[in-house]
Design a protein around this ligand. Sequence first.
Ligand SMILES: Cc1cc2nc3c(=O)[nH]c(=O)nc-3n(C[C@H](O)[C@H](O)[C@H](O)COP(=O)(O)OP(=O)(O)OC[C@H]3O[C@@H](n4cnc5c(N)ncnc54)[C@H](O)[C@@H]3O)c2cc1C
Length: 614
Amino acid sequence: MAQTFIDEKTRNKEEVEALEVAEAARETQWEHPSFVGDIFLGKLRTSSILPYAFQTDEDRKIGDAYLEKLDKFLAANLDGDQVDREGQIPDTVMKGLAELGAFGMKIPKEYGGLGLSQVNYNRALALTNGYCSSTTALLSAHQSIGVPQPLLMFGTPEQKKKYLPQFAKGAISAFALTEPEVGSDPARLATTAVPTPDGNHYIINGTKLWCTNGVIADILVVMAQTPSITVNGKERKQITAFIVESNTPGFEVLHRCRFMGLNGVQNGLLKFTNVKVPKENIIWGLGKGLKLALTTLNAGRLSIPACCIGFTRKVIEECRLWGNERKQWGNAIGKHEPGAQKLAQMTGNLLAMESITWLAGVWVDRGTQDIRLEAAMAKLFCSLRSHEIVEQGLQMRGGRGYETYASLKARGERPFPAERSVRDSRINQIVEGTNEIMRLFIAREALDKHLEVAGDVLNPRLPITRRLTALVKAGMFYAWWYPLQWLSISPWPMHSGMGRLGKHLRYAKRTAHRLARTTFHLMVWHGPKLERKQVQLGRVVDIATELFAISATIGRAHGSKEANVRDAADIFCLDARHRIEENFRAIRCNHDSRTYKLGLKVLDGSLLWQEAAR
Ligand SMILES: Cc1cc2nc3c(=O)[nH]c(=O)nc-3n(C[C@H](O)[C@H](O)[C@H](O)COP(=O)(O)OP(=O)(O)OC[C@H]3O[C@@H](n4cnc5c(N)ncnc54)[C@H](O)[C@@H]3O)c2cc1C
């Protein structure tokens, strides 16, 4: 098992405990190669992106047929503005979606679902999100993280047989992990599940917050603490996942939460008072709940990038129309340089978002790549880039961007919900792991190989003999690995037949080595304290994320026959390279420590004069 990198000297007991529980719940095995995992080790595996893994023709046809039906239905029945204003998805839409099998898109046909591939499922979410983000949140929370997903991964045959057909027909599910006191750190959750004296049931007590679909869910997956066990003389906390039917006595919806966007989402504060569930409703086994939640999120996270794609497509379409139509200072606003620049950047960013999302989706379908890091990066990248696009779209629409859809419509203008797109898209940086937590998660996994090799050397809890043996082993590994990070420059230009894309690919390969060296230098410099250097680690993660996006975009553009796709890829790569260089500069030269100290002063109230200033 890989060693942890927990710097116990500078952490309090509660922090160490939370980290240990989270560490124990990590998926530690890498059964297949990870494209991004290799980038962190200095290897950009071009064979994984050239040729680009396009969806197979057969799978695409299946998706096309379903998307055509879905699109027809949504165009005729779903008014995103009405949902936003009224805070409700109409019953006709819910019924129609159920009839179209939209609640069972990922459920295999043998259980009555549509059995769509990950890519087709994501395409359907992207399409739906072009109409209404609340409706997509409903569908996505239901089957990306709600009961169907953990059941498919870890359910018993009996559980699958009992519940999956219900979901396929339209029973709604929800995923209940977050609590008022625990969000990013679910290891500390307080909801309890105590076994009855005969051991046949569990009694659940506690409160869950912000549970999407929780207000209307028929069946929920609920993470709760079951009695601790003792391992090697130490008490070990147990978190277990339960299937809970919402008609069980003791289950209550205390409040429907309202947000800045996603106004139609049925998200609630839920209370469990002596809710009795049979032991057969445990998914995967006692004590496996946190791992189940994290694993569910690992795969489920790919639906966020798909949602990000849906709305940005519409924003770009609108900006193209408006950029031509609106004339100011004697010219179309899209032809003034800032307008054209926005259009170009939006297009490049959307291409990159699609390239990584569809690639990761195909890798999930093939089952030949480990996509934990790729899914987290896709979520991080797409949530940031898509929000940038909707912000740019709002700006390009000028005053009309700030005006609501209903108001524009009422005064006879072509309405476009630019302001709603900004409100709806912001949540993607928060849910299913905030972007700060995504960076921590990716950084932890990125360092995995180094921890495996050198973790024992840095672990003060181990006896000195074991640390010395580990030092010798680590020395042998780094004696060949480290020089390779300097010596891998090819004497002739590779990928020269790919034009500008070839240049970007060569840059990405060189930069992967540079990133690996930089990460190694940071490890040597900071030792165990590196885990606390979150801003530096964040820069490392952001560079790797851009490299993944550059690689996927080049792969897709190279294999695509679409017009001008190479130009869009070129602009994206140039912008991404710029961001990468900025991050390297900041890793070398920064004022993080002084900034941190000032932050602490703000926190302890030393700058209250500023808040009181008139
Ligand atoms: C609309 C909506 C839908 C949701 N749906 C669901 C759902 O279906 N099921 C469910 O269980 N939950 C759901 N959530 C909860 C969501 O997943 C959490 O909001 C999210 O995980 C963050 O938790 P928090 O809000 O408690 O923030 P906190 O954990 O309190 O974090 C606050 C801030 O501190 C930062 N932070 C926290 N820890 C660290 C750290 N170690 N290092 C650096 N920065 C840190 C965070 O990044 C964030 O910026 C939903 C929330 C919303 C708003």
